[in-house]
Design a protein around this ligand. Structure first.
Ligand code: IVH
Length: 666
């Protein structure tokens, strides 16, 4: 045992050192395979000896705790904000105010990028991260410790005796933001407007295992130590870094006003090449002794200022407004723009959402419009320029008919979106087939948009079931441009492979309203077979954790339609699997969305088992109900066992739990 303990200790030290090099210092000394190898070895050891798992183990950065809501946290010192300026002239004015105290206009400033994220306060006590709290109103924030503990660049332990508070910013790198929004798009969910919103939404997630997957990052810039041995902002950052926390390396000491100006000019250009968003530059008087002298207003320090970048807004011509039909029949209006470069990329299109929005902005085709990239990423038409030319242009009016099938568009009272309600609208059918074949659904490789469009145009595919009859149309398909025997064979092979996908893929692929991939997963796991789901009532569905009113109603409605019943039967006849074939716990070995109750005497403490379950995304609740999925029993279980039997809750032993989790038993 002693040997195992020291082995685990050595591995943890190694991994923590490598993680710091990788996530904090950006200079890894080993490659990923070596890191993964040791990580897996540690996981295996911890699986065998769960009693040796400690909070500072690198395996614990996976989250799993589900919070009901966040508790309030009162900051020991208020978290201040910054005054804003928008031009060089304003900076000179700010410097003049400072000079009244310092007696000179040649002040030494420390320049830092203003990271566009959320401020965070980290409190360490004797080297342990005890609380992490958001800014809130500056005095009282929210305790988000569990979530922050999953952030890889924030160490759960540091080498420091006594109490220390470090403040900084939590943010989502641009590429992580894109990844999340791409997935949301596939799941038909509302997108995050910008990385800042995405970071805020993530940090306030109640399920910390979701936070762990989102790859938030951090830069710290403010150290509060009671001894007051540190004398400048420059040294403060060095100390933060020495403690093992991440600092931003673009910051710089500006000894003269020319240096300040140079920094502004440099980063006005460089900002678009950074892999995180910044909304300005913060200039701080470097010398801490001067801070007290210069002082504070109620909300902001007078020794620092935020220079904000002007928003990247450009003018261009609105060439056209055209509607498109989505899978659900929803009409989205799009703007065709005269191409223009904004924040480093060429923009030639933007979404205008619905007709109401176009009317509110009084847009006209041919007018000059102001365009910005919201969050520097998604282009948005902000407003129209009302000049003489504008007055001469005809007023824009919305489409009354579907741009694809010509049928009359409908709009529900109180809603803004127009819908094409013709179920046989070609555009909708095409989009639904595309969705069914897409990666998160049936994942039919080689069946992308262009191929489907062609097959649709040629009348070979008119419904999703036609996909499985493609092999009989070989002669016709081989006449297509660039469609040789090999391409055809590969396509047929991936169509055949798709027949064995697990139920959640089919369910998601059917495109039933409100069923994203997450809901499909929960339903497939719960009902096992599509025919069970078929006969589920609204009352039964609504009881499931993660299934809401809209979703339940939508499912019941969908299964009531005769055509849909026939579709399922036809898919079944064609040999498409309609059963859940994944691990009963989840396809990725987690217990996501499953509720456990623990009873009886177990070989480890209940808390340990709760931790194992929560670390894998499951919930541990105290009392049994219809929503309970599993009762984990030890010796002398008592009355809960009878109750579980009555409710039909599945009863499992610790060994069965171990089997369910396989290698994730950590
Ligand atoms: S200093 C008293 N430095 O900007 C010190 N703030 O508008 C106050 N921010 O709430 C903060 N990067 O969330 C500072 N390098 C940086 C920053 C920064 C981003 C945020 C911070 C603050 C807000 C003020």
């Amino acid at each position: 045992m002693k040997e195992v303990i020291s082995q685990i200790k050595a591995m943890k030290e190694k991994l923590n050192k490598w993680a710091k090099e990788y996530y904090v210092l950006d200079s890894p000394s080993v490659d990923d395979t070596e890191y993964d190898f040791v990580m897996n070895e540690l996981k295996e050891l911890e699986r065998q000896y769960p009693e040796l798992i400690t909070e500072d183990s690198p395996t614990q950065k996976v989250g799993g705790t589900i919070s009901e809501k966040f508790s309030k946290y009162k900051h020991e010192k208020p978290m201040l904000s910054l005054g804003d300026i928008f031009s060089w002239e304003e900076f000179l004015y700010f410097n003049k105010q400072v000079s009244k105290v310092t007696g000179t206009e040649d002040n030494e400033y420390f320049a830092e990028l203003k990271i566009d994220g959320l401020s965070i306060s980290l409190n360490y006590n004797n080297g342990k991260l005890v609380t992490a709290a958001t800014r809130g109103d500056g005095v009282i924030g929210e305790n988000v410790t569990t979530n922050v503990k999953t952030i890889k660049s924030i160490p759960n332990t540091i080498d420091f005796k006594g109490k220390v508070e470090v403040r900084g910013e939590i943010f989502l790198p641009k590429k992580e933001f894109k990844k999340i929004n791409d997935q949301k798009m596939l799941d038909g969910e509302q997108l995050f407007a910008n990385p800042r919103n995405a970071a805020a939404g993530t940090l306030r997630q109640l399920d910390s295992s979701i936070v762990a997957k989102r790859n938030l990052d951090s830069y710290l810039y403010y150290l509060i130590e009671d001894e007051k041995v540190i004398k400048s902002q420059e040294d403060s950052l060095k100390e933060i870094s020495r403690l093992g926390l991440k600092i931003n390396n673009e910051s710089r000491l500006c000894k003269t006003l020319e240096d300040v100006k140079k920094y502004i000019d440099e980063y006005t250009i460089k900002r678009e090449f950074l892999d995180y968003e910044i909304d300005g530059i913060v200039f701080k008087i470097n010398d801490f002794d001067l801070h007290e002298k210069i002082g504070y207003t109620a909300k902001t320090p007078k020794w620092a200022i935020a220079y904000k970048f002007p928003a990247e807004v450009k003018e261009t011509k609105l060439l056209d407004i055209f509607p498109t039909v989505g899978r659900t029949g929803k009409i989205t209006y799009n703007a065709k723009l005269e191409p223009i470069k904004i924040a480093g990329t060429v923009v030639s299109a933007a979404t205008l959402n619905n007709a109401e929005m176009i009317k509110a902005k009084e847009l006209k085709i041919g007018a000059t419009v102001k365009v910005k990239k919201a969050g520097d990423i998604i282009p948005e038409v902000i407003s129209v320029i009302k000049n003489e030319e504008y007055d001469k242009l005809p007023v824009w009016s919305k489409n009354e008919n579907c741009p694809n099938c010509e049928s009359l568009l409908e709009k529900n009272d109180g809603e803004v979106d127009q819908f094409c309600v013709n179920f046989s609208c070609p555009a909708q059918i095409l989009r639904s087939i595309e969705h069914f074949a897409s990666k998160p659904a049936m994942d039919i490789v080689g069946m992308g948009g262009r191929t489907i469009e062609k097959l649709f145009e040629e009348n070979i595919i008119n419904t999703i079931t036609d996909i499985y009859k493609l092999k009989d149309k070989k002669d016709q398909i081989l006449t297509f441009d660039k469609f040789g025997q090999k391409t055809f064979d590969n396509l047929i092979e991936s169509i055949e492979n798709s027949k064995t996908r697990s139920l959640e893929k089919v369910l998601f692929g059917l495109g039933i309203r409100h069923i994203g991939s997450k809901a499909a997963n929960i339903l497939a796991k719960k009902f096992d077979d599509i025919y069970n789901l078929f006969s589920a009532s609204y009352d039964e569905l609504i009881l499931i954790d993660g299934v809401g009113e809209k979703l339940s109603q939508s499912l019941v409605d969908w299964f009531e339609i005769e055509e849909n019943k026939n579709l399922i039967n036809e898919l079944d006849d064609l040999g498409i699997n309609l059963k859940y074939t994944g691990n009963k716990t989840s396809t990725d070995g987690s217990l996501f969305g499953l509720n456990f109750v623990i009873t009886g005497t177990l070989n480890l403490s209940r808390d340990d088992y709760a931790k194992i379950i929560e670390n894998n995304g499951g919930n541990v609740i105290s009392s049994l109900s219809k929503k309970t999925n599993y009762l984990l029993v030890g010796e002398n279980p008592g009355s809960k066992l009878d109750k579980a039997n009555k409710l039909g809750v599945k009863i499992i032993s610790t060994n069965e739990l171990k089997e369910m989790l396989g290698e994730k038993y950590v």
